[in-house]
Design a protein around this ligand. Structure first.
Ligand code: FDA
Length: 306
């Protein structure tokens, strides 16, 4: 119930505007977000590369303005040039949300605009010597996002897809995608029971079934890589067991279980940190609060002691 309320709040335009314009919230947001500027993001990424890999997300989503979608694309191209120039590629790649690139623009051509923008980002990644992973948003976008990933892979077979164990369709999607770069997560959106498992246990069981499919997939086009995106220690243990003898990554969010990230890296696991930056942090931040009730208490305490 609380999670559903929080996730509804994560899509509220007025709350977003209020929160992003309130400097008081910034120090609290900083636990999950690397900063607002490119320099801050690059510095945080560089520090992480001492023992981990990184995927940088230029924050933005649900863009309904064409010029904003173009500006988000330019921000990624600038970021990728910088990663190449600073020698951070390929240890640092990028993650993109298609709704930031125009997928959600009103009218029929949103998908085409997002595909064009995503292509430009892939070309910049190729020039920098790194990769792109396309984030997955709510279930209404799954077919469109997977189609765009397929289109991008014609020229750039290394493009990563994301699938969400919470969705009933995902085990089948994993069968289609196994042998390519696939990030498996639980799913951060509030989805209806008609398309999603609602009980935690069912989501976890689905995650294990999907892991089995992805880990059994070969190298496919040569880029096949299961990317195990979770902080759940039981699922990480299962992934390490299923992944013995093959390449895979464990991926976690910046600010979540950092000690465990370092311990896994020290134990020889390939760990990649999802590192968001930018001024449009509201939706991302509220989804992180919704994932863990204790985060709300942390948030309230931080504000009260300010
Ligand atoms: P779960 O929520 O059960 O958490 C397990 C444990 O991890 C908790 O008990 C707690 O200790 C810790 N934890 C988890 N979340 C925390 C938080 N916010 N704050 C503090 N502790 C926390 N989703 C999506 O829909 N589309 C996407 O493209 C992506 N992309 C993505 C990339 C990467 C690299 C990661 C790690 C995650 C995503 N996600 C995502 C988010 C994902 O779907 C999911 O919402 C979160 O990872 C939380 O789920 P867990 O698997 O960690 O399990």
């Amino acid at each position: 119930m609380l999670r559903s309320l929080m996730l509804a709040a994560s899509r509220s335009g007025p709350l977003r505007t209020f929160a992003e314009d309130t400097p008081l919230l910034r120090p609290v947001v900083d636990r999950f977000v690397a900063g607002t500027t490119l320099d801050e993001a690059v510095a945080a990424a560089r520090a992480l590369t001492a023992d981990r890999l990184v995927t940088v997300d230029h924050l933005g989503e649900d863009t309904t303005d064409r010029s904003r979608a173009a500006a988000n694309t330019d921000a990624y191209r600038t970021l990728l040039r910088r990663l190449g120039d600073d020698g951070l590629a390929p240890r640092v790649e990028v993650s993109v949300k298609l709704s930031a690139l125009g997928q959600a623009l009103p009218g029929a051509d949103g998908e085409k605009i997002a595909l064009d923008h995503a292509r430009q980002i892939c070309e910049a990644a190729h020039a920098a010597g790194t990769t792109v992973t396309v984030d997955m948003e709510d279930h209404t976008t799954t077919d469109s996002t997977l189609q765009i990933v397929r289109d991008l892979r014609v020229d750039h077979p290394w493009v990563g897809a994301v699938v969400q164990a919470a969705l009933r369709r995902t085990e089948g999607d994993c069968r289609d995608l196994a042998g390519s770069r696939v990030r498996l997560c639980k799913g951060a959106y509030d989805e209806p029971a008609s398309v999603a498992f609602r009980a935690r246990r069912d989501v976890d069981l689905s995650y294990v079934r999907c892991l089995e499919v992805l880990m059994a997939g070969g190298r496919g086009s040569g880029y096949g890589l299961p990317m195990v995106a979770t902080h759940d220690p039981v699922l990480i243990d299962i992934a390490r067991h299923l992944g013995r003898g093959r390449a895979y990554e464990i991926q976690m969010l910046h600010g979540v279980r950092p000690r465990e990230q370092r311990e896994l890296a020290a134990a020889g696991e390939t760990v990649r940190v999802y590192l968001p930056y930018g001024t449009e942090w509201y939706g991302y931040f509220v989804r992180r609060l919704a994932e863990r009730p204790a985060n709300l208490a942390f948030f309230a305490r931080s504000l009260l002691t300010r």
